[in-house]
Each structure stands twice: as C-alpha cells, then as structure tokens.
Design a protein around this ligand. Sequence first.
Ligand code: FNR
Length: 335
Amino acid sequence: MCGLSFRNITALAPMVRVGTLPMRLLALDYGADVVYCEVRIDYNVIKTVRVPEVLDTVDFVAPDERVMFRTCEREKDRVVFQMGTADPDRALIVAKLVEQDVAAVDVNMGCPKEYSTKGGMGAALLSDPDKIVAILQKLVSGVSIPVTCKIRILPSLEETVSLVRRIEKTGVAAVAVHGRLKEERPRHPLHLDHIQAAARAVSIPVIANGGSLDLVKTNSDIEAFRRASGASSVMLARAAMWNASVFMEGGPLPLEAVMEDYLKHAIRYNNHAFNTKYCLCQMLRDKVESPLGKQLQAAQTTQEISEAFGLQEFYQQIQDQLQVKRNSLQSCSQL
Ligand code: FNR
C-alpha cells in the first residue's frame, strides 16, 4: 500500500462541526500535514450522492440536501475521512464511496457520546476488539488507500498495549491514541504513559492525541509533546480549534488574523453560515461577549458575518466570481 504517510506528521484531529472544509484548509495553510474531517456516521453517508460542484468541490449530499462532506482538490492527498461505524460491510461501502476523493479513511473508536455508543460505534467498539479487527481487516483488504483508526486508552497499560498490537496486525497505516479513558472528559489529565507504551509496542506510527489543554499552546510545544509521548506523530484538536496557526512555525498568530483567514475560506467555499458562526465563536472563546462576538452571534447569513469582520468587499468579489462561473457552465451545457 502506498500514499499518505502518517510517520512524523502533525495532524488536525477529527472534530464534529469544527472539522469542515474551511478549518481543514486553514490548518493546511498553516502547516498541518494531515487533516481529519468530522466524524460521519456510516448509514448517513451511505444515503448520500456524490456531486461535483461549481465551487470546484466534491459534495456528498444527503436526501434532505444537507452536505454531509465537502472536499476539494487542494486537500485530496491530505484529508482523512473519519467514519463512525459498527459494521464491517457498511464501513466498506462508505470507504468505497469516498475512496477516490480522500487520502485515507479512519474509524472512530473513541466517541463517548450516546449517539455513537448506543449503535455500538465510537468508544463502544473498545469493548469489542473482535469487531474492531473485523472492521479494519475488511477496510484494509477492500480499499486502495490507507486505513487508520483513533482509539481511547483502556483501564490498564497491558490492555491498551494488547489492543494496539491487535490493531497493528490488521494492516492499518497508523493508530491515533487519545490518552484518556472513555469515561474521562477533555479537562482530565492525559495518561501519557499509555501513549508511550503503545508507541513502544508497535512499529506502525502512533499518533499522540490529547495534549491541547496542558501541553500544547505554541508551535514548539508540538515537538515537545511528540518527544514526551514517544509517538511518531501528533494530532491536535482543541489547540487547533482555538487558533489553527499553532501548526505554523513560530505560531500562533494573533487571533484576528486567523479568524479572517478562516472566514475567507468559509466565503470561498460557501460554507453553511451556522457552521461558520459556530467555528468563529469557538475561536473567540471567552471573548464571545465582546462587541465583535455579539455582532457575530447576531449574524444569520455569511454576508452578515462578513460585514462583522469588515470582509464585505471580499464576500462580494467571491459572489461575482461564482456567478461568472455558473453562467459559463450554463452556457456550456446549452451548447
Ligand atoms: C472532538 N473529538 C472528536 N474525536 C473524533 O474521533 N471524532 C470527532 O468527530 C470528534 N469531535 C470532536 C469535536 C470537538 C469540538 C472536540 C473538542 C473534540 C475529540 C478530539 O479529536 C480529541 O481526541 C480530543 O479533543 C483530545 O485532543 P486535544 O483537544 O487535547 O488536542
């Protein structure tokens, strides 16, 4: 198997609502090597139709017209599609659907939310290693792109080590280890010893995750986290959500510049206004009650969000470009 390598990389972690196309492009701009999309549930993805779009994106659109996954050429060799699944056959159908548009597929084995676990997905898989193996083997033998998974740790070091060894044997390209138990919340301290033990136990790349709160605040902390964890690679969720320029050498940049860069991608790729607003609010954190935060919260459309950030001219320019493109596509189709 060839393609994307997970050795010695820094990745944007999968994040529901946050990991949509604008955030992934932003992370790539700032130096992330690999970007994961938000987790998508297998039976929802199976119902989607693949649509090449006027924006130069590829959209996977649900029957109710919702875009389940939007991607573009720029990230094609860097984006990992994360799925929530509890069924090898369904997992393979999903992987086949997205295979030509993404660099790798990942299986979520850490989500503790009820919507995942009640269907046997996410962290529920951690208590069913035979199911983990069945899903991963099916994917590895069924698709031509790399397969990875993201786990949480188990109660003892021995159990964590034994799980990553079983995972390695399935032929996956890498395993991301979030160093917390499934019952633990993001504010709980990280169990670095489990990530270290996992990294020692297998020869595939281990991607260390869970360091955002205490360990990674600036770009140089990423390398320190990598070394401390003994892992090959590092994956960041919250540190990147708060300020994606943490991926940049010498980063992070001032938040205002990062928010503007984010919003430009959101405008270019016609991101859903509510999703854009949500991500910008996450970046503002405790400044969400500032005058800018209040203006942002009142905004209902991408145009209004653009106005709040003084980007109305940029917004208009992109709308004009898109209209020209639509017109030329229309006249081509009439020939
Ligand atoms: C997450 N996390 C997560 N994990 C996953 O495998 N799939 C997902 O879709 C999500 N969604 C998600 C949304 C948001 C808003 C957050 C903050 C987190 C977990 C995430 O990838 C990561 O494992 C943890 O946040 C720990 O890493 P950090 O934040 O310490 O870098």
